[in-house]
Design a protein. Structure first.
Length: 54
């Protein structure tokens, strides 16, 4: 993964992307730095959808 998409509401955006048919290749997980899930775009690039911890 070399592309990152930061969000201020992970649950909202994860639900919206899933409903829209976005292909997530790694389920959401929470780490010290925040919550993240990995999805693929139409070209096979992998993106982190991430909400950083405050």
């Amino acid at each position: 993964v070399f592309l990152f998409l930061a969000t201020d509401d992970f649950d909202r955006d994860y639900a919206a992307y899933t409903k829209a048919g976005v292909k997530f290749v790694r389920d959401p997980a929470t780490y010290d730095y925040g919550t993240v899930a990995v999805f693929e775009d139409l070209y096979g690039n992998r993106w982190d959808l991430v909400q950083f911890a405050r």
